[in-house]
Design a protein around this ligand. Sequence first.
Ligand code: NZQ
Ligand code: ZN
Length: 387
Amino acid sequence: MQDFVFHNSTKLIFGKDKEQLVGQESVVFSKKLLLHYGGGSIKNSGLYDRVVTSLREQNIEIFELGGVKPNPRVSLVREGVALCKENDIDFILAVGGGSVIDSAKAIAAGAHYDGDVWDFFEGKNTIEACLPIGVVLTIPAAGSESSSGTVITNEDGWYKRATGHITMRPQFAILNPELTYTLPAYQTACGITDMMAHILERYFTNEKNVEVTDRLCEATLKTIINNAHIVIEDPTNYAARAEIMWSGTIAHNDSLGIGRIGDWASHDIEHELSGIYDIAHGAGLATIFPAWMKYVYKHDLNRFVQFANRVWDIEIDLNNLEKTALAGIKKTEQFFSSIGMPITLKEANIDSDHFEEMAKKGTENRPLGNFVKLNEEDVLNIYYLAK
Ligand code: NZQ
Ligand code: ZN
């Protein structure tokens, strides 16, 4: 196990009706905020009205910026930055999913900066401070509610890039599983795939003697697998929605990465896909992660055997470890398919036209991954394996 410092300062407020506390939690930071949200789901569900009521009860002045798209765009971030600067707004409330939260985080960084916010995503400058942000989460998926990163798409060239800073971590996140009842089955499944991917990125490490985090990863994966079909078939099942929502946060709050170096190649390879094709991040991961596994499993057969055995309950064939490892990969793929995810790029309506371009763009600054370092040709091979 590597040395580590673990610091996750996001206050998590979990349970039924907890969005009613949003005014009380926000006023601690400011009497004036930017309310940031997506394309309308929060208005349809009535959440918007409840949030505004709670903020008004605390006499908070509200500026609004809606319209965040999935795979959030830098153009709206720039609008948000201008709004914050013009009106001296010093707190941002994100009500929605990973896209809304990521957009809020980027605004929070840009509002503290004289240059263009995209500089941070291109590595031209580093973030020094961000406005504080709060979150009311409506989809368990990206884990952005307590992560220190943001992923934004630049329409100029369709680059989807990540940046982060410790001060980007939300001050508080309200998690009410009931708010996820209105999620379409497809979005629920995308979220489940993404949170599983966040665990798998950390699970496949070269670090030895990391048993406690291995076991925590396996337990969280099993919990997600056990509850996935329940929430898809019975969307208002509170108990199962609660397990999935809490798992989504744990999957990406850094506790499962303790003492180890994660991989993250599948995420980078996927970001090229959702950057160009605007597909849901989780759906992209369902196609890429199994392909990545098939490409790298020989690098540490025993780790893949452990995964197959402990997560998928596959009996270890001591005479044929490779067979056991491959059975675990197959199970992963079948599971994604069983919850309605595409498991090939063809199923996601993506052909090979941009494979070369994506492999080049994805690796232009560095090789991808840590478990196995992947160059442009490797990434291209993975797109073909996912085809
Ligand atoms: O825009 P609205 O109308 O709100 O609809 C959204 C959106 O269409 C809808 N939705 C959300 N909650 C709902 C709902 N519909 C009905 N009922 C509800 N309760 O769901 C759609 C998807 O929302 P989005 O926010 O895009 O989903 P998600 O949370 O999966 O976020 C995806 C983004 O997060 C990034 C991804 O790359 C992607 O851009 N990621 C961010 C990370 C981070 N900051 O730490 C890490 C992740 O790996 C990921 O890369
Ligand atoms: Zn993800």
